[in-house]
Design a protein around this ligand. Structure first.
Ligand code: ADP
Length: 526
């Protein structure tokens, strides 16, 4: 079969549009359920739903004329028109034998569902009544109730678009004024693609599936899964490729290894099956974490962010189980990215440390290797991105499993220049006060050779602090009683200021450059 570039791209876009729609529907459903629970006064259940889903559902409000009740009513009317009878929506479960037996013995049993009689609804919990509002084709949810209250008597104003990029249905999307689609009319394929690309420009956070469906786990594992979801799962890291300055080669390699297999799975089969483990190594503060976060943001994968040292210190006895559950969970929420930061702190070469390696830590290492092997054999879209500042300390067994090894080095001259001009542009605003700079960016780029991205950010911050420091005295002396404070004017940050800061802020990793280069020569795999 011949695959044209266009056909792959189109198929990918259609698939993405489809996924977005499903995700959007699932999320809307959760928001509707949440609001239904709140309206009915089931506050604890609503909070539990938020915890389970890891989404702050209360920051969304359902739009005018929509709630679960209305949706059901409309469905019933539709069903009635179509089949001349009302739909049967629920039915009683067959009664378990022992429950029947218990009743026959005259004991009254408490229902195991824990369902209580409907609570009295506190009027303060009820949103304003929507009764009597003329039905229009509604949007389902709108973010932030406060913003939705317009000047029209406290009624919600329909937002321009729904929160999640994709709107709920074609009818809704093409709301009044744009020519409504008839019910049942198929959506234009191009609309799908358009929707997909619109929503791609603002990525949705992946929605965690409920842990209750995380089957095959005993209660201890389930508890660990809950801990991982709370502490390790990171919601929307919000780093885009463009936020990373320089590192073009590393970006390209990471995209090739992780991003494209998710976007174009048709191309990555057989010998081209995707890499499962990737090591980003290099000096600290050069953007390794940013790269991992960009992968998660741009691919919309579930992102598990683990600092390896915290596994050891926090989880000690449980770290082996934690690793197992982590991988299970990543598979469950696939496509996922597991980011293992400071890998050397758990995967240092075995046997080093004078044979005094802790038994728990040894078992955890083995578990990590086993899980990595499992990934390599499976088709699950779970990627391990590991980062290390000291790659030469890594265990060789682990290195073999991290098939791609990419050096994220110190920023080049042009990258340093771009960083300085990004963090200290000629004019910016700090706390409502204008900050001006007059900097010879090229000179500063030369002067910061050997500095990492985070070093440069630190220097920029320090340079920007200088004029701010000068006004502290004025501010302090005016605090006592005086009401006519002069307008604050910050002095311009100059090249000399910057150079002076550099003289007192040394780069954190210059000395290791040769060591990275030597290691790259021996272990490079890009
Ligand atoms: P590490 O390589 O240690 O994981 P990080 O990715 O956490 O480093 O970077 C630390 C900080 O330094 C970032 O939050 C960012 O502010 C800055 N930084 C480092 N490299 C870059 C870069 N290439 N582009 C933009 N910011 C950078």
């Amino acid at each position: 079969m011949e695959l044209s570039y266009q056909s792959i791209k189109t198929a990918n876009q259609a698939r993405e549009a489809d996924e977005m729609r499903t995700e959007s529907r699932r999320r809307n459903l959760l928001i509707l359920i949440f609001h239904h629970l709140m309206e009915a006064g089931y506050m604890d259940a609503a909070s539990a739903l938020e915890q389970d889903t890891n989404v702050v559902l209360r920051q969304f409000e359902v739009c005018d004329n929509i709630d679960l009740d209305t949706v059901l009513m409309e469905y019933e009317s539709y069903y009635f028109i179509k089949f001349q009878r009302y739909p049967k929506l629920t039915k009683k479960r067959p009664e378990p034998v022992e429950s029947r037996h218990a009743r026959s013995c005259g004991k009254k049993r408490v229902p195991c569902t824990g369902v209580q009689p409907l609570p009295r609804i506190n009027s303060s919990h009820r949103p304003p009544s929507r009764g009597g509002v003329k039905k229009t084709e509604p949007k389902m949810v709108v973010k932030d109730a406060s913003k939705a209250v317009g000047e029209n008597g406290g009624r919600s104003t329909p937002p321009e678009s729904t929160e999640f990029g994709l709107n709920v249905s074609p009818i809704i999307r093409n709301g009044a004024g744009e020519g409504q689609m008839k019910k049942g009319q198929l959506m234009d394929y191009r609309d799908l693609i358009q929707d997909a690309s619109n929503s791609l420009s603002e990525p949705m956070e992946p929605l965690l599936k409920p842990l209750s469906a995380f089957i095959g786990m005993n209660s201890e594992m389930r508890d660990l899964a809950a801990v991982i979801s709370r502490d390790i799962y990171l919601q929307n890291p919000a780093v885009r490729w463009d936020d990373i300055i320089g590192l073009q080669a590393a970006k390209r390699l990471v995209k090739e290894a992780v991003v494209y297999p998710i976007k174009y799975p048709q191309l990555f089969t057989g010998i081209l099956s995707p890499w499962k483990g990737l090591l980003l190594y290099g000096p600290p503060g050069t953007g390794k974490t940013l790269l991992a976060k960009a992968v998660a943001t741009e691919c919309n994968t579930t992102f598990f962010n683990i600092s390896a040292s915290s596994i050891v210190s926090k989880w000690r006895g449980d770290s082996e189980k934690l690793v197992r559950v982590l991988f299970e969970l990543a598979r469950y929420h696939a496509p996922s990215t597991i980011f293992l930061d400071e890998l050397e702190s758990v995967m240092s070469q075995r046997g080093t440390g004078g044979g005094g390696e802790h038994e728990g830590s040894r078992r955890m290492k083995t578990e990590l290797l086993v899980q990595m092997d499992g990934l390599a054999r499976s088709d699950d879209l779970v990627f391990v991105l590991a980062a290390s500042n000291l790659p030469w300390e890594l265990d060789h067994a682990m290195l073999r499993r991290l098939e791609k090894r990419i050096l994220v080095g110190l920023p080049s001259g042009p990258a340093r220049q771009a960083m300085v001009s990004y963090w200290l542009p000629p004019l910016s605003c700090t706390g409502g006060v204008e900050l001006r700079t007059e900097l010879a960016y090229e000179t500063l780029a030369q002067a910061t050779e050997g500095y990492s991205g985070s070093d440069i950010r630190l220097v920029c911050k320090e340079a920007a602090m200088r004029p701010v420091r000068k006004i502290f005295d004025a501010l302090e002396s005016h605090q006592q009683g005086s009401c006519n404070m002069p307008v604050i004017h910050l002095e311009t940050v100059t090249t000399e200021d910057f150079l002076e800061v550099i003289a007192h802020t040394k780069p954190s990793a210059r000395n290791l450059t040769d060591k990275y280069t030597a290691w790259e020569t021996e272990y490079e795999s890009v």
